[in-house]
Design a binder for this molecule. Structure first.
Ligand code: ATP
Length: 849
């Protein structure tokens, strides 16, 4: 029969379809739908494929962009990062802009309050360097103290993470029990040839696998997240305490921090420690991180197996009967006893390893810091020797730890893997082999009389497999619990390190130092300066600078130094500087010039007497040290961060005018603009770095500036202009220098010298002594002076220079410079004279002459 194909679906439905048989009608509809689908699929599929391909290409391009552009060099980010942070109106907190995965994430930082530090002080008494390390009472005390910092609140993020972590630990234990039971059922169904039961069991097996794997991953994730949260808390706390206005970072660097307990071995070197050597980086980076990792892992390593043991034991107790349960506990007790006996002092070893790593790291840091100097002196070989020695000490220690671990590991494995398994077999066999001894063998044997032999075997197999799995899990849990003894010991080592850092910083922050007895070697009448007895008064805020009866003493750093006491450089200094009294401090090397600046800046204590000065910073006192300091950041960041600059209404035009005053106007264009970020200490020359320092001074316009040899690398013409400009800005100069040419910018002269001998500084030389040194010429001129004290008796002498002679001094100075220039040419003229003489005599003249 011929089949007429209808032209439309409606006509088909109305006419033809009704005439067709049901099977034909069905075939036709299927063919029609297939045709429609066949027509539509290619269209959709091609657009889907195209979209997919486009997305893939876009993703690839984005990935490539991220790979080539580090977060710091994308133009958009660079623009945004001009603001390193946004200050908040409260004055304390700020929002840091942190580049992260190609974006800027904002992190609000609120400074730790001083009240919190005060409330924690009692929890951090200084650590006795002879303290025995290990899991002892002291360890728990230290841990509680450190945890107060790591867990600042019971309802905070860390507590939430801990609860969540505990939930997953519990879930994993419950799932383990379920898996053990299921395991038994599957084997039972297999033994009794129950295919349906077996397949059902297998299905459940996969169902359980999903939450089990998820739980395991979550446990690992939460453990790491918890460790990071603890580390963040500790790090912020330490940063705020380390880098605060009390200059704890400087004092720690001087070696004034409390010491860490070290192994007391014969010939170990008197217990000098890293804290006393002033290296905080190992403590703050590695030790804090290890402590947090170890603590978070320990919670999982102890919490989970402990939970496992409780649950598995209770599960097994029902199956093994009372005798088996007693046996189980006897086994735990015996294992714990054996492992306690076999555990070496892991805590002490961990602390020693951290200390040795710190020493090695400090050596590497020094080379990085002083690389140029080391290279000029060709000191690489020597530094390598020092570094290798430090590394070898570390490697030898680590090797010793490895060796110690061999017998311990063997004991641990033997006890936990083999002894426990053997004990497990014995316990399981009890109710089976001696039914009279064991009251019950669980559901498998309870209805033994009513089931056939096959069923009995199947039930026993189920019981055996479940119990064996539980026992294996129990052995694993027990093993981890016992291993965690070693982890706990190691944690005690890290805890002692973190505690030492915190207690040390707390002590420095509160100026608490251990009291040292007066050394017997000190002569009668010679003052003994101990950091525990600092009696000087310091008043910050007055409009003048004053040192009254203040001894200039260099503090003795470190444990060994403290016993010697500080060194007195100047017995008692009296100096008052009012606004406009520009004072130049001179004296031989090592006499204590910079030490005066350190005491005024409060880097060193005012041991006795009175020190008064305006506050530090803008409008107050500004210090420019010998070595210029250039922070990491953009060129603009140097006087102030961009955020601070904006908030003070300062402009780039102002910065440029300041740079012109220090003859650095070329810098922004040379370095690629104000936003360029570089390691400025490597990029700028010595003189440029010092001029940058002066630029900062002009930017901040303090009322007093203590300048310590801060222009020694600047040419004297530019130096002069800068000093003049500083004075024009109304800054009173207290300058420490060896350059007599600077005298003309000052109206007072503080001369330092050895009180026992009449020292000959360039400025007090007699004319005869200075015939070959023109710098001494300054004193050849009769400058009117009013000396305050005889230099030889006091070690210092303050002279007021007659202000009316200032102009005259300048003239003389120009003359000196001119004569110095002419004298510099003398050698050349002498050579020329020699040549002319030889020529006249008809002698042969050397080519090079
Ligand atoms: N950090 C320190 N710890 C202990 N003693 C120090 C410390 N710094 C310096 N001293 C001691 O103080 C003495 C004076 O040092 P200071 O830096 O004040 O000398 P100076 O007069 O500025 O010398 P120079 O002209 O060489 O710069 C030094 O000889 C040194 O013995």
């Amino acid at each position: 029969m011929a089949l007429t194909i209808p032209t439309t679906i409606s006509s088909l439905s109305k006419s033809s379809l009704s005439n067709l048989s049901a099977s034909r009608r069905q075939a036709l509809i299927v063919a029609l739908i297939s045709a429609i689908l066949a027509r539509s699929v290619p269209i959709n599929a091609s657009s889907v494929v195209k979209n997919w391909r486009d997305e893939r290409l876009a993703r690839k391009a984005e990935r490539k962009r991220r790979e080539t552009e580090t977060p710091l060099n994308t133009p958009a980010l660079e623009k945004k990062l001009v603001d390193l942070y946004i200050p908040h109106p409260d004055g304390g907190s700020r929002t840091l802009l942190v580049p992260h995965m190609g974006r800027i994430s904002k992190v609000r930082i609120t400074p730790t309050s001083s009240d919190l530090y005060a409330s924690h002080l009692a929890s951090f008494p200084p650590l006795d360097p002879t303290e025995k390390l290990g899991v002892n009472k002291k360890f728990w005390k230290m841990l509680v103290a450190v945890l107060k910092v790591a867990f600042p609140s019971k309802t905070g993020k860390e507590a939430f993470l801990l609860v969540l972590h505990s939930f997953f630990l519990l879930s994993r234990t419950v799932l383990s029990v379920m898996v053990a039971r299921l395991d038994g059922r599957i084997v039972r169904d297999l033994v009794s040839a129950n295919a349906a039961g077996f397949l059902r069991g297998l299905g459940w097996w996969f169902v359980l696998a999903i939450p089990s794997t998820y739980t395991n991953s979550m446990i690992r994730y939460l453990e790491r997240k918890l460790a990071l949260a603890l580390r963040t808390n500790l790090t912020r706390y330490v940063h705020d305490l380390y880098l605060n206005d009390n200059l704890n970072y400087y004092k720690f660097g001087l070696g004034l921090g409390a010491s860490v307990p070290v192994e007391q071995k014969k010939g170990a070197g008197g217990g000098a420690s890293e804290a006393s050597a002033g290296t905080a980086d190992q403590f703050i980076t590695t030790d804090v991180a290890r402590f947090c990792d170890s603590l978070a892992a320990l919670y999982g390593n102890i919490g989970k197996p402990f939970l496992d043991m409780v649950i598995f034991t209770s599960q097994l107790a029902a199956a093994l009967g009372p005798l088996g349960t007693i046996g189980l506990f006897a086994n735990y007790g015996f294992t714990a006893w054996v492992l306690k006996k076999a555990t070496p002092a892991f805590g002490k070893m961990a602390a020693t390893e951290a200390r040795l790593e710190g020493e090695y790291r400090a050596g590497l840091g020094r080379i990085g810091r002083d690389g140029e100097e080391v290279a000029f002196y060709n000191g690489g070989k020597r530094e390598k020797g020092i570094l290798m020695a430090a590394y070898q000490r570390l490697a030898k220690h680590v090797h010793t730890v490895f060796k110690v671990r061999i017998p311990y590991g063997m004991t641990e494995d033997f006890v936990i893997k083999y002894l426990w398994s053997a004990a497990g077999y014995c316990l399981m066999s009890l109710p089976i082999l001696f039914p009279a001894a064991g009251k019950t063998l669980g559901p498998a044997t309870s209805n033994q009389g009513t089931m056939g032999v096959g069923h009995e075997v199947a039930a026993r197999t189920e019981s055996y497999v479940s119990n064996r799995r539980l026992l294996l899990s129990l052995a694993d849990a027990g093993g981890r619990l016992m291993y965690s003894g070693k982890d706990l010991a190691e944690l005690s080592g890290y805890t002692s390190r973190v505690y030492a850092l915190l207690s040390s910083l707390h002590a420095l922050n509160n100026n608490i130092y251990p009291e040292n007895p007066r050394p017997t070697s000190l002569e009668e009448g010679q003052p003994f300066y101990d950091l525990s007895k600092v009696n000087g008064r310091v008043i910050l805020g007055p409009k003048h600078l004053l040192l009254r009866d203040v001894p200039i003493v260099a503090p003795a750093g470190g444990v060994a130094g403290a016993e010697r006491g500080g060194e007195e450089l100047i017995h008692r200094l009296d100096l008052r500087v009012e606004q406009g009294e520009h004072t130049l401090i001179t004296g031989p090397n090592g006499v204590g010039k910079t030490s005066i600046a350190r005491i005024v800046a409060q880097l060193w204590p005012t041991w006795s007497g009175l020190m008064e000065r305006p506050i530090h910073g803008e409008g107050g006192t500004f210090f420019l040290p010998q070595r210029p300091y250039l922070s990491i950041g953009s060129l603009r960041d140097h006087p102030h961060s961009f955020a601070e600059m904006k908030s003070r209404g300062r402009t780039d035009a102002e910065l440029m005018s300041i740079l012109e005053h220090v003859h650095l106007a070329y810098l922004p264009s040379r370095e690629g603009g104000w936003e360029t970020r570089k390691e400025w200490k490597d990029v700028l020359s010595g003189g440029e770095k010092q001029r940058m320092g002066m630029a900062r001074l002009f930017y901040h316009r303090p009322s007093y500036a203590v300048l310590d040899e801060c222009t020694s690398a600047v040419s004297s013409d530019v130096e002069g202009l800068m000093y003049e400009h500083a004075k024009n800005l109304g800054i009173t100069l207290v300058t420490i220098s060896h350059r007599p040419s600077l005298l003309k910018y000052h109206n007072r002269h503080l001369r330092l010298g050895d009180p026992t001998t009449t020292s000959q500084t360039p400025l007090n030389r007699t004319p005869a002594a200075s015939t070959t040194n023109l710098t001494g010429l300054t004193n050849l001129q009769p400058i009117p002076q009013t000396p305050s004290t005889p230099l030889a008796a006091h070690g210092w002498q303050l002279t007021t220079l007659n202000s009316t002679s200032a102009e005259e001094k300048k003239e003389l100075d120009h003359e000196i410079e001119e004569i110095e220039r002419q004298l510099g040419e003398v050698e050349g003229w002498e050579k020329r004279l020699d040549i002319i003489g030889k020529k006249l005599k008809g002698e042969k003249i050397d080519a090079e002459v």
